[in-house]
Design a binder for this molecule. Structure first.
Ligand SMILES: [Zn+2]
Length: 220
């Protein structure tokens, strides 16, 4: 029970899922619902191919503040409040790219100011290791929600691995962050993409296009 006079406690919620599990769609849906209910909030993203916007694969988008590793959530929110702006909640997309200390800043805002924070992101990288931001969210969140949209491997099994595919081959070594489908890349540069696979096909390195070539997977 809250003490009399104590500020309302906020909540830090970590919503995680694989690629294509609908994270950004849910982030935008929640934002819409909160705005309809008269709440005021801000959206954040980082490392996004589409710039300062949260986009969903089903075609909805909303402007967002794009942050970098030097961004300080506590300083930003305090500056906004000092200008007389109201902030009830923050929606943080691509939160796996945030630093551990930025996640600590979000927890500080939840506890100190009663701001609700919803963070959306991928848990593990192409090597199946936790991103630092994701790890910190698992450690600090009041609630951890795995998104229940089931995204499938080409074989029909549940997709659990965010495989990195370079020039058609699954790779399991390299830097943790490498954004795929880069625009303006030199033509000689390797093509980097990501594909959701089940663990078995991630381990075997069998993508949808391999399976199609080998007749394991029909085009129709
Ligand atoms: Zn599979």
């Amino acid at each position: 029970m809250a003490l009399p006079g104590a500020p309302r406690a906020g909540e830090l919620v970590w919503c995680y899922g694989t690629m294509d599990s609908g994270k950004s769609t849910l982030a935008l849906q929640n934002n819409y619902n909160y705005v309809q209910a008269g709440r005021r909030g801000q959206l954040f993203t980082t490392g996004s191919r589409s710039g300062p916007v949260v986009t969903s694969r089903i075609g909805v988008e909303h402007p967002a503040l794009e942050i970098d590793e030097a961004f300080d959530f506590v300083a930003h929110v305090n500056a906004e409040l000092s200008l007389g702006r109201r902030i009830d909640y923050l929606i943080c997309d691509e939160a796996h790219f945030y630093s551990a200390s930025q996640i600590d800043q979000l927890a500080e805002l939840v506890d100190g100011l009663g701001i609700d924070v919803e963070a959306f992101g991928i848990a593990t990288d192409f090597q199946s290791r936790l991103f630092p931001g994701s790890q910190r969210l698992f450690e600090l969140a009041d609630r951890r929600m795995e998104l229940q949209v089931v995204a499938l491997c080409w074989c029909g099994a549940r997709g659990t691995q965010n495989a990195r595919v370079v020039n058609g081959q699954v790779v399991r070594e390299g830097s943790q962050v490498l954004v795929g489908d880069m625009l303006h890349r030199p033509t000689a540069a390797p093509h980097v993409g990501y594909e959701l696979l089940c663990r078995r096909h991630w381990r075997q390195g069998v993508t949808r296009s391999h399976a199609t070539q080998d007749g394991l997977f029909g085009e129709d």
